[in-house]
Design a protein around this ligand. Structure first.
Ligand code: GDP
Ligand code: GDP
Length: 439
């Protein structure tokens, strides 16, 4: 599971500036996708090989002055509870304020690891910028400039070390070969996740029901279907009760993000009896951003009239058109219909996401694409694409080498993506194209 870092502090200390800096590289991937709404308060970041999730509690600040703690307690509490480490940000230019003290008291009661971070400290001496803040009793402050980036890398390194330390190694992992396809079932409350889990597990032999590692809120259940192995991972929003799984009320973005990032394939469950909501679109956006393979299942298809069914399909086309690469199934988790076909798509999506694409085949496909349609000149330069190799799996990354590739337009990149997708039948997985210009 990726460690979770929460950014907490009063307004204007620089939380969103830091958030943007930590998640910036990720934003670029989805920036130009139409129809995609993103929740600006959750993001993924990475330093070196270490990925993490960031929560910015910035948007939760109260409008009215009174009741600040009430509001924070309500809104920020969940973020803090779900975090492994809290970065408590204060403003080095403004110095200590009474609000900082109130927040300190609040954080003390939450029992999380807290790192005190003095922001806006560019060009200032450590001793002078931190002097004020020792009074908070949070130890030596970390000093950064979110705007300029000073100290941010070290801070995140420390935060991740602290996260790993606080997370006892109590989660025993299964052997990889036993796990098979790691599957996450995500969707907002009431769409039928627990019903689907029970249907999947009820019909087929569950390899081991009482697994170690199903302690706390984490669920990892291996099961077998049609001779294939799967592991259901940490499905957010459901909890085990005896032999069956039941929905829990709360929707947790963090848990959803974590299940997505742990999975090979994500099953996005929607409710045919409800319009596609903003929350559905958010979750879809997270999946897309994660690069995981995806199957969409529209649940509660039983008993709908044909005009209602048409209505649902139109709504989907309109609101989730950016998921065009994924197969959609219309199922009834309750009656068990459509499940076999849906699982076939899960297998196919996994196969596509983990396909081995050899350099000669990729290069041939690239040449075909260019023969059909050459990239346009940009000014006097014409991009020249020479060869392609596979740079990753789940999602597949296709790296194209050549010259002047910075002149390749976005539409042309999408054309290439479609060509590779068609050539290698890559259904159910996002595909990433990287252009590398040699000198
Ligand atoms: P938030 O309300 O805590 O999310 O704060 P913002 O990220 O919106 O930042 C508030 C203001 O502080 C903005 O004008 C930022 O440009 C500025 N700011 C943020 N980080 C720094 C920094 O490292 N140095 C300086 N000088 N200003 C900063
Ligand atoms: P969760 O919150 O996503 O885990 O949703 P649940 O599995 O608890 O289901 C919410 C409600 O939808 C329950 O009352 C289920 O009985 C009902 N439900 C789930 N799947 C179906 C289905 O395929 N058809 C119908 N008609 N109802 C369903």
């Amino acid at each position: 599971m990726k460690p979770v870092i929460a950014l907490v502090g009063r307004p204007n200390v620089g939380k969103s500036t830091l958030f943007n800096r930590l998640t910036r590289s990720r934003d670029a991937l989805v920036a130009d996708l139409p129809g995609l709404t993103r929740d600006r308060h959750y993001g993924e970041g990475r330093i070196g090989e270490r990925p993490f999730l960031v929560i910015d509690t910035g948007g939760f600040e109260p409008v009215a002055k009174e009741g600040i703690m009430k509001e924070m307690a309500a809104q920020t509490k969940q973020a803090v509870a779900e975090a492994d480490v809290v970065l408590f940000i204060v403003d080095g230019r403004q110095g200590l304020t009474p609000h900082d003290k109130t927040i300190t008291d609040f954080l003390r009661r939450q029992g999380r690891t807290v790192l005190l971070v003095v922001n806006k400290s560019e060009g200032m001496k450590y001793t002078s910028v931190t002097a004020d803040f020792y009074e908070l009793g949070m130890g030596d402050p970390y000093v950064i400039s979110a705007a300029h980036g000073d100290g941010v890398h070290d801070l995140v390194g420390e935060a991740l070390d602290a996260a790993f330390a606080s997370r006892a190694a109590d989660e025993e992992e299964l052997e990889p070969e036993q796990q098979g396809i790691k599957l996450a079932i995500v969707g907002r409350p009431n769409v039928g996740k627990s019903t689907l889990v029970n249907t999947l597990l009820g019909e087929e032999r569950v390899i081991a029901f009482d697994m170690p590692g199903t302690t706390r809120d984490s669920i990892e259940i291996p099961f077998e279907r049609e001779g294939k192995h799967y592991t259901l991972i940490d499905t957010a929003g459901i909890r085990r009760r005896g032999k069956v799984f039941e929905a829990i009320e709360k929707f947790s973005v963090v848990k959803t993000l974590q299940s997505i990032s742990e999975a090979n394939v994500v099953l996005l469950l929607l409710d045919a009896r409800q319009d596609v909501s903003e929350q559905d679109a958010h979750i879809a956006g997270f999946i897309l951003e994660s690069g995981r393979a995806l199957v969409v299942a529209v649940n509660k298809w039983d008993g709908l009239q044909s005009d209602q069914r048409d209505q649902v399909k139109m709504d989907l086309d309109r609101k989730l058109d950016f998921l065009g690469f994924a197969k959609t199934h219309f199922i009834s988790a309750l009656k068990g219909t459509g499940i076999d076909q849906m699982m076939k798509s899960v297998n196919a999506a996994y196969a596509a996401a983990t396909a081995n694409l050899s350099t000669p085949r990729l290069t041939r496909a690239l040449q075909e694409a260019v023969e059909k349609q050459e990239p346009k000149r940009k000014g006097s330069v014409r991009p020249k694409m020479r060869y392609a190799h596979q740079g990753g799996q789940n999602p597949p990354v296709i790296v194209i080498h050549g010259n002047a590739l910075e002149a390749v337009s976005e539409p042309y990149k999408r054309y290439l993506e479609k060509h590779f997708r068609d050539t290698f039948s890559l259904v159910g997985t996002p595909l990433r194209i990287e252009l590398r210009t040699g000198k």
